[in-house]
Write a protein that binds this ligand. Structure first.
Ligand code: GLN
Length: 283
């Protein structure tokens, strides 16, 4: 780079073009988020004076993050965060980046939760579901479990930052769980192994494989969680899953076979089947 003056507008334009050439979906938007991340400027401030000079080091940092994004590193792994249910969650490659689809599950769970109830978030990852439930329903008692100690580290950190009390337990599904819960929520790995290769690079290479892989038919974790859940759910308790858009029929059947009743399928904002809920009554 020569002694040329660089403006916000110039570096943004170059950043957006670089991302477009790299085939990044939403290139302009991501170039914008990264500009905000590096310079700390708001949209209003940018448009107030787009020809403002950018210090050399900032322009250089911006080019660096743009190149990382052009290499299909997820935006959230560069900024280190993702918004979910209105809260900011820290993320890293040890946890699945929270998805908007999962807000459908969280909202469904919030229709059921009441202060004093105990909720278990099975395969908690970043902790985004459990922490959002605890924020929105004060008095709820929460446990989050995950097989990954690294994921739990991130979940604990998110819990601390967002000031919620929760128990975080490292456990292979129910192995280390010894209580019963009013509600069990779970967004388990549910992608068929053979389909993972077809996903975009950001997901396939950067989200944790173990958070995606639902084994051969994608249903492995539903099968195990549903079969084992009946020893961990209170009478009249609820079970709520996020599912892949083509898994409703199978998950409904598995829940029926395990004795769940009042089973319902809810759609996400795109109109796809996304959540299955059911109640459990001991007979
Ligand atoms: N919804 C995620 C995706 O589309 C998958 C998450 C999961 O397997 N639980 O990549």
């Amino acid at each position: 780079m020569s002694g040329k003056i660089l403006t916000l507008q110039m570096i943004y334009k170059e950043g957006a073009e670089t991302l477009e050439h790299a085939g990044i979906p939403d290139a302009k938007l991501d170039a914008w988020y990264l500009l905000e991340y590096v310079t700390g400027i708001s949209r209003a401030s940018y448009f107030g004076d787009p020809k403002r000079e950018v210090p050399k080091e900032q322009a250089e940092s911006y080019r660096e993050v743009i190149l990382r994004r052009a290499g299909h590193i997820p935006l959230q792994h560069i900024t280190g965060e993702q918004e979910f249910m209105g809260y900011t969650f820290l993320v890293n490659p040890d946890v699945l980046i929270p998805r908007q689809d999962t807000e459908t599950l969280t909202e469904e769970a919030l229709k059921f939760t009441k202060p004093g109830m105990k909720v278990l978030d099975m395969c908690t990852g970043s902790g985004c579901i459990l922490i959002s439930l605890l924020k929105s329903c004060p008095g709820l008692k929460g446990t989050g479990c995950d097989i990954s100690e690294k994921a739990l580290k991130m979940a604990r950190e998110n819990g601390r930052r967002l000031q919620v009390e929760a128990s975080w337990i490292q456990s292979d599904l129910f192995e280390q769980i010894s209580e019963r819960f009013d509600l069990i929520v779970s967004n388990p790995p549910y992608i068929r192994t053979g389909v993972i290769e077809e996903l975009q690079e950001e997901v396939r290479l950067h989200d944790p494989w173990i958070a995606l892989d639902g084994k051969k038919d994608g249903l492995y974790f539903y099968r195990r969680i549903i079969a084992e859940s009946t020893g961990y759910i209170r009478d009249n308790g609820a079970m709520m899953f996020e599912i892949g858009h083509d898994q409703a029929e199978d998950v409904v059947r598995l829940m029926e076979e395990a004795g769940y009743t009042q089973i319902r399928v809810k759609k996400d904002l795109a109109g796809l089947d996304r959540v299955v809920t059911g109640r459990y009554n001991k007979r």
